[in-house]
Design a protein around this ligand. Structure first.
Ligand SMILES: *[C@@H]1O[C@H](CO)[C@@H](O)[C@H](O)[C@H]1NC(C)=O
Ligand SMILES: *[C@@H]1O[C@H](CO)[C@@H](O)[C@H](O)[C@H]1NC(C)=O
Length: 363
């Protein structure tokens, strides 16, 4: 046992908020056989300690780190290969770049950035880091939708339905006062509010499904629910690079939650819908063939787990000096997250111009 754990890669988790406690800790517990959590960091000592206690059962030697000196300890700990950045959207990029500059591999939570401008500056800085070692550290952007089997599978099925005729994305969310993120301060002070923070997931799902970039958008955003930060409703028409058009309708809070993506093609259709099957939350993928037959397959959620496994796998290879030709998992490249942000930013910009067509920044 001692021998096998001593060769496992070590990571630190930077951030101890709701998502770190309720998602990262359980998912890291599930993969404790492939990665050791060496430290948990938070700005405050109290929240770092609370997170460490939740993780101690599967990471007995976990260290508690806080404040600037705690961050420096993590940077200087050569046994820590990678860090997971799970912080407020406003500070994630700054801390990610600090860690990358120090040579740590990074997996950063979405949204990739608060704006296209921030993502562009960050990417150019990252691309200038070739000087650290033979290859740059990996900068992964954690977007679990790209790792959900439902989107991987439905992306393959879309290739079977002939030419795409139209696309629908309908998101009637349930961000009300019962939701643990409802009162999250940083989301309320973030450009685009919940539309940007939640919206990147639905855009990521759309891009996975159609396998094509969104070229331009025309939208109207509104503020309807006064308990939410503005805007909380978005109605958008988009055009893909392949010429196909679609609609993207998003209400942050609705009384009738529904989350659906549908592509109608000349030889069938593919639909992905959030659902519950035998107590498990996940997605129902429906494939309608040319003769009208429908095949349904349910895929439970496992994206957060899959992306963390891919990151651990990649940093292990990178640390073994297999770096020169080693290509990290393409689905979590930072630029993918920047593309999701660019679509939402273009939608919001279009609304500020009364629905004028806006080109999506091409990364
Ligand atoms: C590498 O380049 C970055 C950005 O230009 C710079 O901040 C950093 O100090 C350099 N690192 C080394 C080890 O030279
Ligand atoms: C919040 O939304 C959920 C899901 O629709 C619902 O079950 C719950 O009653 C809602 N809570 C409030 C306070 O509206």
């Amino acid at each position: 046992m001692a021998d096998s754990t001593s060769v496992l890669p070590r990571i630190a988790v930077i951030g101890a908020g709701i998502f770190a406690r309720t998602q990262y800790i359980p998912r890291l517990r599930e993969i404790a056989d492939i990665v050791v959590v060496k430290a948990f960091w938070s700005r405050s000592e109290a929240s770092a300690k609370a997170a460490v206690e939740l993780a101690r059962d599967f990471a007995p030697e976990i260290e508690c780190k806080w404040g600037d000196s705690g961050l420096d300890d993590i940077i200087n700990d050569q046994s820590i290969l990678g860090v997971a950045i799970v912080l407020a959207g406003q500070v994630q990029v700054e801390i990610s770049l600090k860690m990358l500059k120090a040579g740590k591999h990074v997996i950063q939570e979405k949204p990739a950035a608060g704006s296209v401008a921030e993502a562009e500056i960050a990417l150019s800085y990252y691309n200038s880091l070739n000087n650290i070692s033979l290859t740059k550290p990996i900068w992964a952007l954690a977007e679990n939708y790209r790792f959900e089997p439902a989107f991987v599978e439905s992306g393959k099925l879309v290739k079977e339905i002939g030419e795409m005729m139209n696309i629908q994305v309908i998101v009637e969310g349930s961000m009300n006062s019962s939701n643990p993120y409802f009162s999250s301060t940083w989301r309320r002070n973030f450009f685009g509010g919940f539309i940007l923070d939640m919206g990147v997931h639905f855009v990521a799902g759309l891009r996975m499904l159609v396998g094509c970039e969104i070229a331009s958008v025309s939208s109207i955003a509104r503020h309807v629910d006064e308990t939410l930060p503005p805007p909380d409703n978005l109605c958008s028409l988009f055009k893909l690079e392949n010429g196909c058009a679609g609609v993207f309708l998003f209400a942050v809070n609705s009384r009738s939650p529904k989350i659906l993506w549908r592509v109608d093609g000349t030889k069938g259709a593919v639909e992905v819908e959030r659902s519950v099957d035998r107590g498990k939350h996940g997605y129902m993928v429906s494939y309608f063939s040319e003769n009208g037959e429908c095949t349904k397959t349910f895929h439970p959620f496992c994206g957060v787990n899959e992306e963390l496994k891919a990151f651990v796998h990649d940093i292990l290879h990178a640390s073994k000096g297999e770096t020169v030709d080693y290509k990290p998992e393409p689905r979590y490249l930072y630029v993918e997250g920047a593309r999701d942000v660019a679509v939402l930013e273009a939608m919001l910009e279009s609304s500020s111009k009364e629905g004028a067509s806006v080109l999506v920044k091409n990364f």
